[in-house]
Design a protein around this ligand. Sequence first.
Ligand code: NAD
Length: 474
Amino acid sequence: MKHQHMITTTPTLSAVQIKEIFELQKSKAPEVKLSSVKERVAKLRRLLVYMLDHRTDLEQAVYNDFQKPFQETALTEIYTVSKDIKHTIRHLKGWLKPKKVSTPLAMLGSSSKVYFEPKGVALILAPWNYPFYLTIGPLIYAIAAGNCAMVKPSELTPHTSLFIEKMLRNLFPKDEVCVIQGGIDVSTELLKLKFDHIYFTGSPQVGKIVMEAAAKHLTSVTLELGGKSPVIVDDSADLEDTAAKVMWGKMVNAGQTCIAPDYLMVSENKLNELLPKLKEAIKILQDPEGRGVKQSTSFARIINEKHFYRLRNLIDDAVDKGANVVYGGEVDLETKYIAPTILTNVTPDMQVMKEEIFGPVLPIMTYTETEEALSFVAEGEKPLAFYLFCRNRTLTELIIKNTTAGSTCINDCLVQLANPNLPFGGVNNSGIGKGNGYYGFLEFVNQRSVLKQRVGFTGIKLFYPPYTEQKGKM
Ligand code: NAD
C-alpha cells in the first residue's frame, strides 16, 4: 500500500522572472535550432533514461495526487511517454530530412523542397488528468523539432508537477527547457508573452482564452480540448465485448480521461440485454481479496472536491429529472470516491447530457432507429472521440461517413491513442491541430518551402513585361 507524502512546493515566479526566462530562451533558440539529429536524439534518450530510472518516484507522485493505481500509471503515463520517445528517436532523422517535392513542367529547371525548421520558443500548458503524459508528451515533439520550451504543468497535481520540475531541471538548462509552476495567474502571465507556438491541453473554455491571447501575437496554437465523446452500440454488436470495453474506458483514471466514452446510446430492444453485462464488467475493480469497489486499489479517485461535488450534482440532477441509478451512485467526500455509476431513463435536458462528465458516470439513452442516434450526436459539438460497436462493415463505413470526430474507434475505446501513426486531436470545439508521432512533430515546426531556381533563362521569364496580347491568353 502506498502512503500519502507531504509536498514542498517551489515558490511561484513573478511576472518579471517569467519574462527573464522567456528572454533567455529567445536568445538561446537560434543555437538550439542548429542542433543535429544526433544531439536531439541524445536529449530524448536522457529523458527516457531519467524517467525509467525514477519510475517508482513518478508512480508515487501520481498516486499521491489522486490515488491513481501504479499499474495504471505504468500504462497511461510511463508506457505512453516511453513509446512516444522511442518512436520519435526511431523516426526523427527521416522527419527532419528536407522533403523533395515534384516540380511542374512550366517550372522546369527549378527544384523544390520542404524544410522542417523549429518554430523557436514554445509554451506547453498541461492539464491534471494525465499529469505526466500530457506535459511530457508534447515536450518530446518540441525537443525533437529543435525548440526551446517553457512548460507549465497543472497546479492540481502538485506531486507530479514537482517530479516534472526536478526531472527537467536535472536534464536541461533553463534557457532551453524550463518548468514554470503555478495556476491561472501564472498561466495568464505566460500567455502575455510572444511565443512562437502554444501547445495547450485542457478544457474548451480555457482553450478559447488561450487562442484569444495567442491572437494578439498571431502565435500558432495546438489546442487539445475535450467534450462529450459518444458511444453508439449497434444491434449487430457483441454485447459482452462491448460492455467490457466501454466500462474499462469509463473506469480508467475514474473516467477522468479526455477521450473517455462519455455517454452510450443503444437500441431500445437491446438495453435489457446490455445492462447486466455492463454491471458485470464493473467487477474487474474487485480485488482478489474480495473487497468491494469502494475499497478498490484498482480505481483512481476524483481529483478534488470541486470535481467531486460537480459529479455528485450531475447524478442528483439526473435522478431529480427522472433517471434511474441502475448501478453505483455511492459517493464519499472524505476519500473523493464516486462509484462507477450507470444511469438509465436519461433525457437530453439533464445536465449529465449537457457537459463533459469527466468521471465514472455512464448515462444511457435509447434509440429506435440508428439515424435518431446519429442526429442526436450531430446536434452536439463535434466530439473528440466517437465510439461505435458494430459488426456490420457496410453500416460501419456509412456511420463513419455520416458523422465527424477527432478520432474514432470501432469496437473498442481509448486505444486509438496508442497508435503513434494516427494523428490525435479534436475538431473545432474539441480541438485544433493534431498531436501524436509525426503529427505532433509537425505542430512544432515551420514547414518552410524552399524553391531553388536555375540561373539564367527560365520559363517564368516568358511572363515578364512588356505584356503583349498573346501573354494575356496564356
Ligand atoms: P483546464 O482547461 O482547466 O486547465 C488546463 C491548463 O490551463 C492548466 O495548466 C491550468 O492551470 C490552465 N488554466 C486554467 N484556467 C485558466 C485560465 N482562466 N487562464 C489561463 N490558463 C488557465 O483543464 P483541466 O481541468 O486541467 O483538464 C480537463 C479538461 O482537459 C477536460 O475538458 C478534458 O477533456 C481536457 N483534456 C483534453 C485532452 C486532449 O488531449 N484533447 C487531454 C486531457 C484533457
